[in-house]
Ligand binder design. Structure first.
Ligand SMILES: Cc1ncc(COP(=O)(O)O)c(C=O)c1O
Length: 443
């Protein structure tokens, strides 16, 4: 059964969310209670159609507005072998940021020419892994140390590695300080303002091991405004034109990064993918025209906006602590080990009973995690029906940076991921076991 259209959290839940015949919350035609019975909690449920649908929407909306556009999934949001296979099937590229992510992509036989390798401190071993075998499509060079290192490694292999130069454009996207990267005071990229970016262009053009294809910026995330992307287009094009005039630089590729926003809560309504695509394409065209530049190819790198809505975290209610006049804590069987975002960024989430998703709110409680930190809170001030021990709570928009940042704090085994589609479920990642937890210990 369909969920009511006017359910305030409808747009936060995965697209295929519905009501089971028993009136419980279902995703991909599978009731969350039944999935929890089969796999235990905490459990992450992945709506495959939601992910694939968003991937297609990104390709369609950017492809319709830019002749040579590509969409690279930012794998740091969440990566696994089966997800890499889905990303490849959907015709997307992938942005990886470490030797580990690169190794997963390679293990999934992800097409290497569709990989972009990011990171502000790639090691020689990681860069070698990017060059050896089938080289990655692009390395996004972040700093002078890497520029010299990559040039040497490529020349040693008789190769010329296509690269983009990551710029620090001094554009503020008004996000959380910990996720803002485009401002001058950032560890990422060559700053335009200090002259580093120009020196990097000159060095890259002179480096026999590097093929300097274009420029990259990533402003931060999540970015709910469109203006920062427009400003970035203008700043980058002005810089590219100066580099053309002073160094003969050909601006063939441009990436404005990712950071497209996701609705985590009922009151958040981020721009549609079409809006981002439209404003970016228009701003880029205007800036190219103004500076007499040809159209470069365009790569966008969505992470959270692609995978975030596709996953729901499911927890079981346990203890309840009422402090009269202060607060009521309702504890769940997961927390900061599987979702550090509330503790790290103060991120807000919605929570609803997976057993009674339409029940009216009866109280405002704090949904706490089970780990040994006072800051282990999943949802502060959740308006929920009175939750009893054993009831299931669903926290939507849990696909991005939850499991990717998950830890084994308090020796918590990391939760499994189950994909659902058309009433069928399949395990994508099993629950971590105690054997996994001690496997590295040497006795
Ligand atoms: C270079 C780069 N591209 C893309 C992303 C993805 O950001 P988001 O998941 O917010 O889309 C990030 C996030 O840190 C990034 O650093």
């Amino acid at each position: 059964m369909d969920l009511p259209d006017d359910l305030p959290v409808r747009h936060v839940l995965p697209r295929t969310a519905s009501l089971s015949p028993a009136g419980r919350l279902a995703v991909g035609g599978c009731e969350l209670r039944a999935l929890a019975a089969a796999h235990g909690t905490p459990l992450y449920v992945f709506d495959e159609d939601d992910f694939r649908g968003t991937a297609r929407e990104f390709r369609r909306e950017f492809g319709a507005r830019w002749p040579d556009a590509s969409v690279l999934y930012a794998a740091k949001a969440w990566l696994s072998l089966p997800l890499a296979a889905i990303v490849a099937e959907e015709g997307l590229g992938m942005d990886v940021v470490s030797g580990g992510e690169l190794a997963v992509a390679r293990a999934a036989a992800f097409p290497a020419d569709r990989l972009a390798f990011h990171g502000n401190n790639k090691s020689a071993a990681e860069l070698a892994a990017a060059l050896d075998g089938e080289p990655v499509g692009r390395v996004v060079v972040d700093n002078f140390h890497e520029l010299a290192l990559l040039d040497r490694l490529a020349r040693e292999r008789g190769a010329r590695q296509p690269v983009l130069l990551r710029l620090s454009p001094s554009v503020d996207p008004h996000t959380h300080a910990k996720t803002t990267t485009g401002v001058l005071d950032s560890k990422f990229g060559f700053a335009i303002a200090t002259g580093d970016a120009e020196r990097a262009v000159a060095m890259a053009l002179a480096a026999d091991g590097l093929d300097a294809r274009g420029l990259h910026v990533h402003l931060g995330s999540p970015i709910f405004e469109l203006e920062p992307y427009e400003t970035a287009c203008e700043v980058v094009c002005a810089f590219a034109a100066e580099m053309r005039d002073r160094h003969g630089f050909a601006f063939r590729e441009f990436s404005p990064g990712g950071g497209f926003a996701l609705a985590y809560t009922r009151d958040q309504h981020p721009p549609a993918i079409a809006d981002y695509a439209e404003r970016l394409a228009r701003a880029l065209d205007a800036a190219l025209d103004a500076h007499g530049l040809e159209r470069p190819s365009l790569h966008v790198e969505p992470g959270r906006s692609l995978v975030g809505r596709a996953m729901v975290a499911v927890y079981e209610v346990g203890a309840r602590k009422e402090i009269p006049g202060v607060r009521t804590y309702v504890s769940l069987d997961g927390g900061m080990a599987d979702n550090i975002r509330p503790a790290m960024y103060g991120s807000a989430y919605e929570a609803l009973s997976a057993d009674r998703p339409l029940a009216t709110a009866e109280e405002t409680v704090t949904l706490a995690g089970k780990y040994c930190e006072s800051g282990d809170i999943l949802v502060r001030d959740a308006a929920v029906p009175r939750l009893e021990a054993g009831e299931l709570v669903a926290i939507p928009a849990s696909g991005a940076y939850n499991l990717a940042m998950a830890s084994v704090y308090n020796m918590a085994p990391r939760p499994p991921v189950v994909a659902v589609r058309d009433g069928e479920s399949r395990l994508l990642q099993r629950r971590e076991t105690v054997a996994d937890l001690i496997a590295r210990d040497v006795v």
